[in-house]
Design a protein around this ligand. Structure first.
Ligand code: PEP
Length: 252
């Protein structure tokens, strides 16, 4: 179901004490405010259980930053969809550009992971987006089309409705450079129209598409006000509750 979401990707940051503090501060924030969006976090996997214990009433969605493309077995270091499900974790980020860049992840891997996540009742946050070179050469629409088709278009209509998409132009992640609201809206509308062509408008209108790439307190409101942007996947600014809270208030 389409909804407004602000999700924080903590990446490989925070020791256990710092992580616990931030989780607690976020819980306090949620109790003292009435956000107009869902709040999700993706802490390092080591801390997922801690989040689960703290957020007893599911006030905040808890996501892994990645999960395995395999069901189970001899895959050292990996975490499976079934393991996440057994901890009652909300879902997993899949295909983040850092996984693609440093771990060779492709859209075919993403496709397998998304299917496994859905089979376990998890919500996948599927990330895609073009590099700077691809944008400069005018290929951004084509690149995102290809990514979306390979990663998602083997799913049924019922399945794709359960996926959250995060458009994250690689050149805007952690760089302080943000896509303009118009640039982001163009791609979000493009992704939605690709889904509408394949699955029908009703399905496309049911899917949340988040923007990620240097979202900060001072640009969140304008980005979130675009018609096809349903929230944000936030990296750096999710690491302190003051900034993250202001971004959440972008939905006022
Ligand atoms: C991200 O890593 O998904 C991200 C959007 O990072 P940042 O907000 O720091 O650009």
């Amino acid at each position: 179901m389409r909804k407004n979401i602000v999700a924080g990707n903590w990446k490989m940051n925070k020791n256990v004490i710092e992580a616990q503090q931030l989780m607690f501060q976020l819980l306090q924030y949620k109790k003292n405010h009435t956000p107009n969006c869902e709040i999700w976090i993706a802490p390092p996997s080591l801390y997922l259980m801690m989040a689960k214990d703290l957020y007893e009433n599911d006030e905040i969605g808890i996501f892994a930053q990645d999960m395995s493309e395999y069901e189970s077995g001899a895959y050292t270091g990996e975490i499976s969809a079934a393991m996440l499900e057994s901890l009652d974790i909300t879902g997993a980020i899949i295909g983040h550009s850092e996984r693609r860049q440093y771990h060779g992840e492709t859209d075919s891997h993403c496709n397998r992971k998304i299917k496994l996540a859905l089979d376990q009742g998890l919500t996948p946050i599927y990330c895609n987006g073009e590099t700077l070179e691809q944008r400069k050469s005018g290929k951004h629409l084509e690149v995102v089309k290809n990514q979306t088709e390979v990663a998602l278009f083997t799913l049924s209509a019922d399945e794709i409705k359960k996926v959250v998409i995060a458009y994250e132009p690689v050149w805007a992640i952690g760089t302080g450079e943000t896509a303009s609201p118009e640039q982001a809206q163009e791609i979000h509308a493009h992704i939605r129209s690709l889904i509408a062509e394949k699955y029908g408008q009703e399905v496309a209108d049911d899917i949340s598409i988040l923007y990620g790439g240097s979202v900060k307190p001072d640009n969140a409101k304008e980005i979130f006000s675009q018609p096809d942007i349903d929230g944000g996947l936030i990296g750096g600014a999710a690491l302190n509750v003051a900034d993250f809270g202001k971004i959440i208030e972008g939905f006022s």
